[in-house]
Ligand binder design. Structure first.
Ligand SMILES: [Zn+2]
Length: 226
């Protein structure tokens, strides 16, 4: 497990590092005012007559999640801010409505390695269906924090973080909804949304340390970044 955790932390480092958000200056009129780097509807995937199963992720699902997570109301989801708390509540609510259980005592798992305010990962759990394989775990994760308010010439100082990493957060939420409905996962799954990634990968480190002490039998970790 240690090997896999190190690989995934390394992956995060490569993917994110200290990069700032790369924002588009083109606003999509279909999305809320002030949301930079908004999602553009893909007409091809919305073609009439396409058959969708109940568990399929639709462009509408993605748009709704992305629109909320990147809205100005969330103030760029800076770690410890009121804005990121709204994001955490939102994710927790989706988990709860879809019968994803909290992995720990509650969905919000407070970081022990962050002292500038309160920060928490949001961690859900779906038991595996196979008698033996359910003891092995797959972690599907992404960081949901971003860099908050930035300075610049632009009057819009909110870094909405659509790419980094509302997109990854949305992917994890959709996987959670999918497996909660299909219940076809033989191994148990942990859905982890990390905070304080932009402060130095603190959320993922906190979870990795915690699961290591539990001696979790980790099969693989998939991290979604941009
Ligand atoms: Zn990132």
């Amino acid at each position: 497990m240690r090997h896999i955790v190190i690989v995934f932390l390394g992956g995060l480092l490569v993917a994110c590092g200290g990069t700032k958000v790369d924002q588009s200056t083109v606003l999509n009129p279909n999305n809320p005012k002030g949301v930079k780097g908004s999602v553009v509807k893909n007409k091809a995937t919305m073609a009439e007559g396409s058959v969708m199963n109940a568990v399929d992720t639709t462009p509408k699902d993605i748009e709704a999640l992305m629109t909320f997570l990147t809205s100005d109301d969330l103030q760029g989801r800076d770690t410890g801010s009121d804005g990121i708390t709204k994001a955490a509540d939102f994710i927790e609510n989706i988990f709860s409505r879809n019968n994803i259980q909290p992995y720990f005592n509650s969905y919000k798992d407070t970081l022990e390695n962050y002292s500038d305010g309160t920060a928490y990962n949001v961690v859900g759990f779906l038991p595996g269906t196979d008698f033996d394989l359910k003891n092995e775990y797959v972690i599907i994760g992404a960081h949901y924090d971003h860099i908050g308010i930035i300075s610049g010439d632009d009057s819009d100082t909110i870094a909405n973080g659509a790419n980094d990493n509302a997109s990854g957060t949305t992917a994890v939420i959709e996987f959670a909804k999918y497996f909660a409905q299909t219940k076809n996962n033989k191994r148990s799954i942990i859905f982890a949304l990390f905070s304080a990634e932009e402060k130095g990968l603190l959320g993922s480190k906190h979870l990795a340390d915690k699961l290591l002490t539990q001696n979790l039998d980790l099969y693989v970790m998939l991290n979604f970044e941009m």
